[in-house]
Structure formats: C-alpha cells, structure tokens
Write a protein that binds this ligand. Structure first.
Ligand SMILES: [Zn+2]
Ligand SMILES: [Zn+2]
Length: 290
C-alpha cells in the first residue's frame, strides 16, 4: 500500500504586519508550507531584519511544523538585464536573499529570471547564468535557489523549459546547483497544456528531459484567468479559471508532483479567499491519485 504523506500546501503570506505575525496568518489558513517576501517586493530600499522578529518567526515556524519555508525574490530583479547597473543591483539583491534565507531558516529562494529587454535571448540567457553564479559564489550552503518558469510574455526569459535548461546546465558546470519552481498557471499561459492527461504527461517528460524532474522542488499552484498559450500571467482562484477543477485535480494528484509542496498565489490574499482556495485544493486532493 502506498503511504500518503502529509499534504504540503500553503500560500504566499504577507509580511506587512511583521515577520513574527506570519506563522499565525499561516495557521489561520491551514498552511503546512509557506512563501514570503523577505523585503517589500517593489522597493530597492532595504529594511534590516530585526533580531527579535527573526527569533519569534523561527521559533513559531518550528513549533508549527510548517516546512518548507520559501522566499520569493523582489519583482524589481532582472538577472538578464543588459543595463549593467540594474544587473549588478539584481545580483546583490539575490545574494542578500540567499543570506536572509539562511537567517530565517528558509529552505528555498524562488526567483524569476528577468527580461532580455529587446536584446538577443541567447545573450540574455548568458547574463542570467553569470548573475546567478556571481550571486551564489559566496553563498553559505543550506538554502537552494529555484528558478521559476514564466508565462513567456515578450522578452521574459523562462517561458520555455528548454530555455530554463539552458541556464541550469551552465550553472551546474560553474559549480552552482539550482532547482526549479513550476508555476502551473505560467506554464499553461506559455502553452503547456497541463490540464489534459496527455498534455500533462508530455509537459513533465519535456521538463524532465530539459531540466531534470529531480530539480523540481516547489509547485506554484494557481488557476489561470487567461487561456492556454495566451502568454498573459493572471493568477485566478483554484478551479474557477481556464485550467478548471478537472485540470487542476490532475496536476494536484499526479504521482510525480504529489509529494511536492504546493503554494498558492491566488488573488485577494485575505483570509476568506485563502480559506476558500485551501478548501478547493483539499477537495481536488481528495479525488486521489489517478
Ligand atoms: Zn513568482
Ligand atoms: Zn504569476
């Protein structure tokens, strides 16, 4: 008989009221895993971590059994930027997120790859590799960096699994091992139909061939407001978007994904909507493996 592990599911939790309040917000939502920002996502200004807050956060997370804790990097980061100043800033910011992950006891740092900003994609991809290697050169061992796939809009890097593979491999050759976070709404918008039996199987086979499925550590579990291949990134409530209940149930119960942490970044982020989405997730799970 298959031993079914504890469900690892949770939300992106706001740090607006302070880090020490995060574990209680997570508890109210029934989270067994969480994602946070370690700093405001749209502001370069750095607020220092306050020691009391950090200690309270770590103590309460440990008591709650919540794991893993993931940190999402700032939206301002552009690891692919052709602008030297912005790229340097992004490298420094990423290095700092790795350091903060250590301090906060987070297992993963999740980042977007950035935009080529009108330049050649191959050169942009090389800049991403350079940025990651520079940022992680002096990183303490512990937290792992996960690259998140994009919806593939315009110049954004990482809509294609092959493109992510083309970053993961040279990083490895430079001695930096990175993993992957699969945002299912982004993949769907980028044209991977994860909602059908065949489409899901094919997409995971491609991910395995290009990146290696062993690198996949976290699922961003969101429905998509926009249709397959739209290349528009609009998260939506679980089961109420274009991916739908059937499609999302197939993903949530797939044997290759089942044991991974599922983190929802659904709209609103208030208690009422988060509870509704957690309920929807649990109902999808109760359909079981198929
Ligand atoms: Zn993201
Ligand atoms: Zn998104």
């Amino acid at each position: 008989m298959r031993i079914v592990p504890d469900v690892r599911a949770g939300f992106h939790i706001s740090i607006a009221q302070g880090l020490s309040t995060v574990p209680e917000l997570a508890r109210q939502r029934g989270c067994t895993t969480i994602q946070i920002f370690s700093r405001p996502p749209r502001n370069w200004r750095l607020n220092g971590l306050v020691d009391d807050e950090v200690q309270a956060f770590r103590r309460r997370i440990a008591a709650s059994g919540i794991a893993p804790v993931c940190i999402h990097t700032q939206y301002l980061l552009n690891l692919a930027s052709p602008d030297r100043t912005l790229r340097r800033r992004s490298v420094r910011s990423l290095a700092l997120e790795m350091e903060r992950a250590c301090i906060l006891g987070a297992q993963y740092v999740i980042t977007h790859l950035g935009s080529a900003k009108g330049r050649r994609r191959t050169a942009a991809r090389q800049r991403v590799v350079r940025s990651i290697v520079e940022a992680l050169a002096d990183a303490a061992s512990g937290p792992m960096l996960l690259l998140e796939n994009s919806a593939g809009a315009g110049d954004f890097i990482g809509g294609d699994f092959a493109e992510i593979g083309g970053i993961v491999r040279p990083c490895g050759e430079a001695g930096v091992e990175v993993g992957m976070c699969l945002d299912v709404a982004h993949a769907f918008a980028a044209g991977y139909d994860l909602t059908t039996h065949e489409g899901l199987g094919d997409s995971l086979a491609q991910l395995d061939a290009e990146i290696g499925i062993h690198r996949l550590r976290v699922i961003h579990f969101n429905d998509s407001r926009t249709p397959l291949g739209s290349r528009v990134d609009r998260h939506w409530h679980i089961g109420k978007g274009e991916m739908g209940r059937e499609g999302l149930a197939r993903i949530a119960n797939h044997p290759k994904l089942f044991e991974l942490p599922f983190i929802m970044e659904t709209p609103e982020m208030d208690l009422k909507h988060d509870r509704m989405n957690m309920g929807a997730f649990k109902r999808l799970r109760s359909r079981g493996l198929r």
